[in-house]
Design a protein around this ligand. Sequence first.
Ligand SMILES: NC(=O)C1=CN([C@@H]2O[C@H](COP(=O)(O)OP(=O)(O)OC[C@H]3O[C@@H](n4cnc5c(N)ncnc54)[C@H](O)[C@@H]3O)[C@@H](O)[C@H]2O)C=CC1
Ligand SMILES: O=C([O-])CC(=O)C(=O)O
Length: 339
Amino acid sequence: MFSRSVARSSSTLVRGFASSARSNRKVAVLGAAGGIGQPMSLLLKTDPLVTGLSLYDIRGAPGVAADISHVNTHSEVKGYEKDDIKAALTGAEVVIIPAGVPRKPGMTRDDLFNTNASIVRDLAEACAEYCPKAYIGIISNPVNSTVPIFAEVLKKKGVFDPKRLFGVTTLDVVRASRFLGEIKGADPKDIKVTVVGGHSGATIVPLLSQTAQGKDVSGEAYKALVNRIQFGGDEVVKAKAGTGSATLSMGYAGARFANSLIRALNGESGVVEPTFVKSPLYESEGVAYFATNVELGPEGVKKINPVGELSAEEQELLKACLPDLAKNIKKGVEFATQA
Ligand SMILES: NC(=O)C1=CN([C@@H]2O[C@H](COP(=O)(O)OP(=O)(O)OC[C@H]3O[C@@H](n4cnc5c(N)ncnc54)[C@H](O)[C@@H]3O)[C@@H](O)[C@H]2O)C=CC1
Ligand SMILES: O=C([O-])CC(=O)C(=O)O
């Protein structure tokens, strides 16, 4: 489906995965049999840069792996049962984690904390033990808290490297480019919107003023667009009416993030993805993790870009984001350090 020659000339998943120098890259997906895990694993199977896929879940991963393994691309696929996490993680260079429960209508992402915090903590312990040098992308919500939890566990185990841990916020930029494209009648592939902050409601801060197509959106249209980007997840939760949250668009976004990361690890320069990482930008305000455009390199995080020039509206959005984000981060840190 994604041919190598087409992939080389493309920078987006729409035409195929962007590709760079060939290397061996084993990717583990934890939560691989779930709503996100399955389509994301399928997309990773079609990525020419992924040479091995290790699919782990507490239930159902061997079946998903058997199914995906028939797709005729070169990578090897293996599925692992609940007690096989050691084998699943050993040798993994990139680990993407969508394990955990999704929202139902009426819930916030923070309402998932009680269930997902301990899932993420346990998976962090396993990663610390079996793949301490891996580059890890966290999808499990609430991302604003699960990333700090993961970091604290790695710190306790003495293996935390802030350059290797990422909260996956790619879906926010995917949505922003699609929604802005819709109102402008433009192809989303030509629209790049920087989205900063965190990954829930008011902590999601789109910087429309920094895009050619977004800077003249104003008044009610601006408010509606910002609201749709901030609450795009709720739109899907409502439409799915109790059966879950975004899975297919997240599978796409997660595979895109993994592809960018691997291209950077392979030495491609100029790979930039927005992602929620340990960041100095607002640390003095109690916000030790923050999403901005991050330049990725062979070491993982190469350069954390500042937010850049903000409009008056965006300054207000950022002001509203920071205290919420600080609370979410503190909650995660306290959970992991007290546990
Ligand atoms: N970062 C983001 O932008 C987004 C994050 N999410 C979050 O992703 C998470 C997963 O969502 P879905 O795939 O829709 O849920 P799902 O319920 O369909 O799948 C989750 C999978 O995780 C597995 N699982 C549970 N505990 C596990 C453990 N300890 N180890 C390995 N696997 C485990 C389950 O068996 C299940 O197969 C949710 O927390 C959701 O809120 C969802 C959409 C976007
Ligand atoms: O809304 C949710 O719960 C899932 C999510 O993070 C998203 O779709 O952005």
